[in-house]
Design a binder for this molecule. Structure first.
Ligand code: HEC
Length: 147
């Protein structure tokens, strides 16, 4: 460290700290504004359409969230983040596009297409969903996919 002016070093460090402090402050203000702007649970969620909101209620009523997240984390089942429109690899080695029809079939008849890397443990009891609830649920999954 010879040749460095200790005062200059100190001044530079102080300056860096001030900059970090200021951007942290700005960051938390921004986060506060974002949180204030979105709904009841305070998480940074995408804005849902009316159908998406109804679908979310269906998902909650059916307990889908006990196995699926919407934030990218793997749970018992795959996350719904990024699902819609993506290429999904199935346990039989084939690849399918996760369009609405795929998502609907995955809910109505989970055994028909099992995702690679996951256990086939999704309950098969969702065949009783009405057409409308199913459409809402698919809309919800599409919207939280963020894709
Ligand atoms: C007991 C845990 C469990 C519950 C409850 C559950 N799932 Fe699943 N789900 C899974 C697992 C595990 C997979 C992956 C295996 C497969 O493809 O069947 C999966 C796959 C899926 C897929 C295909 C996802 C992909 O990435 O290919 C969709 C869509 C889905 N579930 C929707 C739902 C919906 C909607 C509900 C509620 C009505 C629900 N799941 C409830 C465990 C569950």
């Amino acid at each position: 460290m010879t040749g460095h002016d200790p005062l200059l070093v100190r001044r530079t460090r102080g300056g860096a700290r001030a900059v970090v402090g200021a951007s942290l402050l700005a960051g938390s203000l921004l986060a506060g504004l974002l949180l204030a702007g979105c709904g009841d649970d305070g998480s940074a969620e995408v804005k849902l359409s009316a159908a998406g909101q109804r679908g979310k209620a269906v998902a909650e009523a059916k307990g889908c969230q006990s196995c699926h997240t919407v934030d990218g984390r793997r749970s018992m089942g795959p996350t719904w983040q990024g699902l819609a429109g993506s290429q999904v690899q199935l346990a039989d080695g084939s690849t399918v596009t996760a369009d609405d029809a795929y998502i609907e079939q995955a809910i109505r008849d989970p055994r028909s297409q099992v995702r690679a890397g996951f256990e086939n443990m999704m309950p098969v009891a969702y065949g009783d969903l009405t057409e409308e609830s199913m459409a809402d649920l698919v809309a919800y999954i599409r919207e939280v996919s963020g894709s």
